[in-house]
Design a protein around this ligand. Sequence first.
Ligand SMILES: Nc1ncnc2c1ncn2[C@@H]1O[C@H](COP(=O)(O)OP(=O)(O)OP(=O)(O)O)[C@@H](O)[C@H]1O
Ligand SMILES: [Mg+2]
Length: 235
Amino acid sequence: MPEGRGLELSLEAVSKEYVLGGRTIPVLNEAVATIEAGEVVAVVGKSGSGKSTLLQLLGLLDQPTGGRILYDGRDLRSQRPDVIEDFRNRYVGFVFQFHHLLPEFTATENVMMPALIAGWSMGDARTRAISLLERVGLGPRLDHAPGELSGGEQQRVALARALSLSPSLVLADEPTGNLDPRTASDIHELLIELNQEIGTTLLVATHNMALARMLPRTLTLQDGGLVPWTEEEGA
Ligand SMILES: Nc1ncnc2c1ncn2[C@@H]1O[C@H](COP(=O)(O)OP(=O)(O)OP(=O)(O)O)[C@@H](O)[C@H]1O
Ligand SMILES: [Mg+2]
């Protein structure tokens, strides 16, 4: 897969139910969507509607209970776990609301991690990490541990880490949910800018309608299905 090209996603009747204590909890019910390579899509929907579930399925962290998801037309389900793991490490970048930075490592070391896992040399991984951290405005904070950074700075480190291998697919789950509006808005702009630079496919699950409106396409999760968002149904 060429560098800097987004992945095309096809969701074919994707269902997901959880089983907990003998009860079945249906979350996705034959959801259908096509997301073009390089497209930027907001996923909105009430709390509990399945946004995080959907992102986890798209990021191959979990499996649908029905239907399939195609990546550039390929169904990866039947692949060996290590092949799926390689694919995820190489092509998918996650930005979580709570950024899961490793507390005992510096910003630079956190951002180096995906490249090191992918087998890059220490020097190359460090050069790449520093250039990304400079890109997100953290050049003066390279050696700070997460506990020595503000919330917005930590989120920018998480973003740099998610982008370290120029992923073909970036999945952002409430990436700015816990930030002040000004910092949130800076990060939204940065996400969109980086999408344009790298050409990655970008999905952002959010409750923030101001963010959703900035993005070219919005899908709503409703009754387990994905429907185009309209102003009347929103908020
Ligand atoms: N591992 C699990 N086992 C059982 N039920 C689960 C599990 N994970 C999620 N759920 C249930 O699935 C539903 C969808 O959860 P999900 O986290 O995808 O919602 P969401 O749209 O991301 O919500 P929010 O906006 O609050 O983040 C919820 O009702 C949740 O309780
Ligand atoms: Mg969620």
